[in-house]
Design a protein around this ligand. Structure first.
Ligand SMILES: Nc1ncnc2c1ncn2[C@@H]1O[C@H](COP(=O)(O)OP(=O)(O)OP(=O)(O)O)[C@@H](O)[C@H]1O
Ligand SMILES: [Mg+2]
Length: 426
């Protein structure tokens, strides 16, 4: 039966190996124009693949062959873009001569990345002296290209760029929102990281209830007035829950309908991530243009599943889709929730691990008393029961999704500590 359910998955073809590691956080580039002038077809292919990465999704990329000479020719008569990538297979002096010639036509503000063959400090210094932003040694990989271009826009003295973490249920009612809210709360309290929960379930969202807040404004004010969205405007719509935690609440009213285009939330997310280190998105269980886009473009994804067949099938489909859409990212995380409902036959974590080819990052037991009390009192699990093991799980999940996981260096792999905590074999 499990096999049968999984055969409905449409994205069954092999997904390429994962090149980026779980530690690395590359912030997406803004809407910039990039032109690359390559010499080797391999380099052109790597840049092309980099351009398809979600982090360069907003950028406009044009690639042509011909290296520095072609660039000089191109910019003799036309303005330069935000970023020029130049490949030179020649020696150091020929790169420098080419750059000096190009400098005549280069607009101020255009940044240049050079790809060359030699690993040479003297050349590197000369390039820096001429204002080159980055030097990469070929052969370059897709993720090198993404890292280099995105790095131009997130220098240490630039504004902090937040990590966007999307939490979604494999089925309705599996506890995705509860988990999103608890992780955000733990991030704010235990990691002292400024965090915002964005409730994207506009009609029925429960973040306001869970944090015992009833703010008059929230996400609807932003998404229905796209022209007004900027950092200051979105900032005013946040309600403060704790020292480090804010909420962008859903209206949870039914006086209008909530149909949105795929890009409706882009500007809101951009403005949140420009001021908040941690943006947790409570994504409703739905599949439409904007939910799909929200998941694909998030920095981290957490899929919450309950241990039954429909959850297994849906989690597998989500997993396969997202891995195929995000080939340069590590896999989404998933966790099992509401495990151990008395008398209920359940699908084992091992079967999930086999189907999804990865272990869950947590297994959270079904505990109606404590979860029920938390939900009805507008509290978090740690507030209802400070030392409860599920509160500790949320703290560890907060570390994991924000990239502050001290646990991951522990021998036995990433999942060992959580596994130990939950009393299961890793
Ligand atoms: N581990 C658990 N044990 C017991 N109850 C739980 C557990 N996790 C969540 N719940 C309860 O399950 C209910 C549904 O949770 P929640 O609203 O977070 O789910 P959801 O996946 O966001 O649902 P929706 O599809 O409506 O958005 C809530 O009453 C919550 O308190
Ligand atoms: Mg929900």
């Amino acid at each position: 039966m499990i096999r049968q359910a999984l055969q409905t998955s449409e994205t069954d073809e092999a997904v390429p190996a994962e090149p980026s590691n779980r530690d690395e956080h590359i912030a997406p580039a803004p809407r910039v124009s990039i032109q690359a002038f390559c010499e080797a077809v391999e380099t052109a292919a790597a840049i092309q693949a980099g351009g398809e990465d979600r982090r360069l999704g907003k950028a406009h990329l044009k690639i042509q062959m011909g290296g520095v000479a072609a660039a000089i020719e191109a910019y003799r008569s036309s303005p330069t873009p935000n970023v020029i990538v130049l490949e030179s297979e020649g020696r150091g002096d020929s790169i420098l001569t080419g750059l000096d010639a190009l400098a005549e036509f280069c607009d101020a503000g255009t940044r240049v990345i050079v790809i060359g063959r030699t690993n040479d400090v003297v050349l590197y210094r000369e390039l820096v002296r001429r204002g080159v932003s980055d030097y990469m040694i070929s052969p370059v990989g897709t993720i090198d290209v993404v890292r280099s271009i995105c790095g131009l826009f997130s220098s240490p003295d630039a504004k902090p760029v937040g990590r966007v973490i999307a939490v979604v249920g494999a089925k309705g009612g599996v506890g995705a929102s509860t988990i999103a809210h608890n992780i955000a709360w733990a991030t704010a309290r235990d990691l002292s990281l400024d965090s915002v929960v964005t409730d994207l379930d506009l009609a029925f969202g429960t973040a306001g209830l869970d944090y015992n807040q009833d703010p008059p404004q929230g996400i609807a004010d932003a998404v229905f007035s796209p022209d007004r969205v900027d950092t200051a405007f979105v900032d005013r719509l946040l309600s403060k829950c704790t020292d480090h935690l804010s909420l962008l609440a859903a209206p949870a009213t039914l006086d209008r309908v909530y149909d949105f285009g795929a890009e409706a939330f882009d500007a809101i997310f951009d403005s949140l991530r420009s001021t908040m280190p941690c943006v947790i998105l409570d994504v409703p269980h739905a599949w439409n243009g904007w939910t799909q886009r929200t998941l694909v473009s998030a920095d981290e994804i957490v899929i919450v599943a309950a241990p039954d067949l429909a959850n297994l099938r849906n989690a597998k489909n989500l997993f396969d889709f997202l891995r195929a859409a995000r080939v340069n990212d590590h896999r989404p995380y998933y966790l099992l929730n509401q495990v151990g409902v008395p008398k209920r036959p359940e699908i084992k974590p091992g079967d999930f691990a086999k189907a999804l080819e990865d272990d869950p990052v947590a297994i959270i037991p079904f505990e109606p008393q404590i979860f029920g009390a938390a939900a009805n009192n507008g509290q978090m699990i740690a507030e209802v029961s400070k030392n409860h093991r599920t509160a500790e799980t949320f703290r560890q999940l907060a570390q994991l999704v924000t990239g502050r996981a001290e646990t991951k260096k522990v021998k036995g792999g990433l999942f060992a500590p959580l596994g130990k905590l939950l009393g299961r074999k890793s």
